[in-house]
Design a protein around this ligand. Structure first.
Ligand SMILES: [Zn+2]
Length: 235
């Protein structure tokens, strides 16, 4: 038995850039783009032992001050594979086979070039572009070269629920939310899926409480989560 009470929680409501004084409220889209650094200086620190060091910067000021040293990476070079060990440990669907190296598994969060996609699908790179632009595949564009695209490899997995994937892509297109944000959503463990990622769900993974549901009911729940995610990142 749990007895519930209500407690006030303090949240950051507004952030002011320390360099240009620009103020952003949490309901504004720029809010997510503010960078906050804060740490307690350690022993022997040049900031003085135990002092608190803080700064909040908007994106233009972050680039103006630290830009020379910032590492801006394409979405596919971000090393984000948190669930890999969990996946194997709990007997989730097996990763994708790498046809180039039979016996070796292709990482489910790996991305492919258009040529690799074309080789797998036995079609031309142009045909891959066309299918991607028709909303059949997700593709990611490099931050500095739009024509440099990568395709998440899980889309070639035969266990993929293709119709569900198409519906997700369609929702993101309609909401005008970037495929980079879609890619990051797909790889994040979701509480409502008992810690599985959307990719794992698309490949047939299922939390125990979904056992009694029909495939349509599962799809509905899945798409509700997608809608929620879109409204969260969109503002
Ligand atoms: Zn600023």
């Amino acid at each position: 038995m749990q007895l519930k009470g209500i407690e006030a929680v303090s949240v950051v409501d507004q952030i002011r850039c320390d360099r240009c004084d620009k103020e952003v409220h949490r309901t504004e889209s720029d809010f997510e783009q503010m960078t906050s650094i804060g740490f307690d200086a350690g022993y022997g620190s040049i900031f003085g032992d135990g002092n608190r060091v803080e700064i909040d910067l908007c994106e233009p000021c972050l680039r103006a001050t630290l830009g020379t040293w910032l590492r801006v990476l394409a979405p596919w070079s971000i090393d984000q594979m948190p669930l890999w060990q969990v996946w194997t440990a709990v007997g989730r669907p097996l990763p994708i086979m790498d046809s180039q190296n039979p016996g070796r598994f292709m990482h489910p969060y790996r991305v492919l070039t258009v040529q690799e996609m074309a080789d797998h699908l036995k079609c031309s790179p142009e045909a891959v572009y066309e299918r991607a632009h028709a909303g059949e595949f997700i593709f990611l564009s490099s931050p500095d070269r739009v024509d440099d695209q990568r395709y998440p490899a899980f889309q070639l997995d035969e266990r993929l629920d293709k119709s569900l994937l198409k519906q997700i892509i369609q929702k993101y297109l309609e909401a005008d939310v970037s495929s980079t944000l879609l890619w990051s959503f797909l790889r994040s463990p979701q509480k409502i899926y008992a810690g599985l990622t959307a990719i794992e769900m698309l490949l047939g993974g299922m939390p125990p409480q979904y056992d009694t549901l029909t495939p349509e009911e599962r799809a509905d729940i899945f798409l509700d989560v997608v809608d929620e995610e879109i409204s969260r990142v969109r503002w």
